[in-house]
Design a protein around this ligand. Structure first.
Ligand SMILES: C[S@@+](CC[C@H](N)C(=O)[O-])C[C@H]1O[C@@H](n2cnc3c(N)ncnc32)[C@H](O)[C@@H]1O
Length: 396
């Protein structure tokens, strides 16, 4: 039996008797851009054994779960046609490694497993939450937890969102220079859920010296948040009444945050961050009316017209265009940008987050970005984008 056939038999057997430990596919030479690896393992979801596929791309992971039968078919196709040229299959009994050579033949070996490995089926592993101490007064004051530190049932989504937010930021935050206190501004802080959580994480978990300012134009929220901060003894957290566009920082901003600030308020916030050369700029845009209006008024006759005739697609298109332009402008100023899903789209469609970390400005890159911007605007019939205008790049 050839090696490939051995692989198929071993895979089939390991699914039948649930002895699959892990299957890793690599050395991808197929058509899908950015795809690097595929990792597959058994998981138990709602008492059913399934196959969990993690597609690892250059900048993200995508997870899909399949029934054993469908998963087997997808796997065979992935190995046979999809362009993975390296396969490692580990079962409780054997390991099989094979690579495709230049002639398209599979070469490799089968090794007996030396030690029995335990198969970890648990899918819904208890997550380590970033906000570990749930008995803090701010969590009670924000009606997230009761006096015993139990998260209220109706606050579970918010709780997940807060922890996920801190999880996303934990890596870029820990990369910030540790030799001085950090100045952080959260623009459009609202009721302050995320502002409090960030302060808590930075001061208690990372033990950083920080000054956090929340900026908010609703006085009632500012007063409430200041009271909660005082009760929690969060001495270096304060909230100010004011608008994002008129905010004048007292000190140089290291981290600028604006989550769900309406329409062009996100641009005003990014602009402040760029001007301040903030190390980290984090925004979760809200609505995208400015670009949508532009598109409605001046829509250029392009190949996407068949799509943007539908209101909902025009809306999504305006979102993607706006946030791509924001990311591009951040790149122009030397920021490395990541765009990711912030909250599950089951809860809100406003779930994109842009995380931009300051690196160096590359002049060659800047010229390219300016011409990309002009080309984008011409193609879509966009007169201007607010951040572009603020930065003076409109006619650059
Ligand atoms: C949707 S809430 C988001 C609150 C918080 N950032 C969050 O994500 O949980 C937006 C908040 O930003 C405030 N806001 C919107 N535009 C603003 C502006 N231009 N200046 C200051 N605050 C603003 C609103 O009053 C509101 O409280």
């Amino acid at each position: 039996m050839g090696l490939y056939q051995q692989f198929i038999e071993q895979l089939k057997g390991s699914l039948k008797d649930k002895t699959l430990v892990k299957l890793s596919l690599g050395n991808y030479k197929g058509q899908e851009e950015g795809l690097k690896n595929l990792y597959v393992k058994l998981v138990e979801i709602k008492r059913e054994i399934k196959l969990s596929f993690v597609y690892r791309y250059q900048t993200r992971d995508i997870t899909k779960n399949y029934s054993l039968r469908d998963g087997f078919d997808v796997l065979v196709e992935s190995v046979h046609y999809k362009g993975f040229r390296s396969v490692t299959l580990r079962t409780l009994h054997e390991s099989l490694e094979m690579q495709m050579n230049k002639k398209g033949e599979w070469m490799g070996k089968v090794v007996k497993a030396e030690q029995a490995t335990e198969i970890q089926l648990s899918h819904d592993k208890k997550k380590e939450r970033k906000i570990a101490d749930t008995q803090q007064s701010y969590l009670q004051d924000l009606r997230l937890t009761d006096e015993k530190g139990q998260v209220f049932k109706n606050a579970q989504d918010k709780w997940k969102q807060i922890n996920h937010y801190i999880e996303i930021l934990s890596t870029p935050l820990s990369a910030l220079p540790a030799d001085k206190p950090l100045q952080i501004v959260d623009m459009g802080a609202g009721k302050g859920y995320l502002t409090f959580a960030l302060y808590d994480y930075l001061t208690h978990k990372l033990q950083r010296d920080v000054q956090v300012h929340g900026v908010e134009f609703r006085k009632d929220l500012v007063d409430l948040c200041n009271q909660i901060a005082e009760r929690a003894h969060f001495d270096k957290l304060r909230f100010e009444e004011g608008t994002i566009e008129d905010y004048v920082p007292q000190e140089k901003i290291d981290v600028l945050i604006a989550l769900h600030a309406c329409d062009t308020a996100t641009d005003d916030a990014i602009y402040q961050g760029i001007q301040q050369e903030a190390e980290l700029i984090v925004v979760a845009p809200c609505c995208h009316k400015q670009v949508r209006r532009e598109l409605e008024q001046h829509k250029a006759p392009n190949q996407l017209q068949f799509m943007t005739q539908y209101g909902i697609f025009l809306e999504r298109h305006a979102e993607m265009l706006t946030d791509s332009i924001r990311a591009l402008i951040l790149n122009y100023y030397g920021y490395e940008t990541k765009v990711m899903q912030f909250i599950s789209d089951q809860h809100t469609p406003k779930n994109v987050m842009i995380v931009a970390s300051k690196k160096v400005v590359n002049q060659g890159q800047q010229e390219l970005i300016l011409s990309q911007l002009q080309e984008l605007k011409r193609y879509f019939g966009l007169g201007y984008q607010h951040l572009e205008r603020l930065c003076g790049l409109e006619n650059a």
